[in-house]
Design a protein around this ligand. Sequence first.
Ligand code: PEP
Ligand code: MN
Length: 249
Amino acid sequence: MIAGPCAVENEKRMDDIALAIKQAGANLLRGGAYKPRSSPYSFQGLGEEGLKILRAVGDRHGLPVVTEITDPRNLDQILKYTDMLQVGARNMQNFVLLNEVGQTSTPVLLKRGMSATIDDLLMSAEYILSKGNPNVILCERGIKGFDPQTRNLFDVAAVPVIRSLSHLPIIVDPSHATGRPELIPSCAMAGLAAGADGVHVEVHDCPEEAMSDGPQALLPDQYAELATRMAQLAELLGKTIPVKTGASP
Ligand code: PEP
Ligand code: MN
């Protein structure tokens, strides 16, 4: 249950969101400090300042943290602050980056490229594994489609396909897959029903002020409701996921 804002923006906002997702049952806090943006004029992330905020807030709420690495030159810096490295869709085939994160033992969340086949994703995972890091989690986050109704095309069949081909955990990201908050719950549930080992959702307490991906963010209350429904579905599926584990320490 990975949740949090697209980008780390400031400590107060991060703290409010972390408290809400922790209470809803999330067990990993996300937030980008280095953002891969389509436009060079868009907010690029707070860099090390954002990493410091993410670490401090994660520690305060007893949540391990995951953040994106876009450039191997930032690896040592990011490793000082994070529990998990995210290699995003745009860098899934950045083989230099894969080789570098493969030489660490930090878990890597490897997201499927928007034009990548499942075999491409698995081969990118091999880059990391073959360098000695066995801790890879795959993520289906939607691929390019032709219908502008959704930001990407959520390939839910990728979940059972990957389960049949790989021992690696596979999670789904209905936020980037759909780009529409109202579609996130159904796609999260579909991913879980298809066998996903986790769900990654962007949550923001004031989406209209978000520095990136605001339009696709779930509000904290919506996330809490989704977490409750996911816990119910998980039980039917014979799985357990945490829900409403209570207050931050
Ligand atoms: C993100 O997680 O904010 C992100 C940029 O994801 P993706 O690489 O899937 O687009
Ligand atoms: Mn995002």
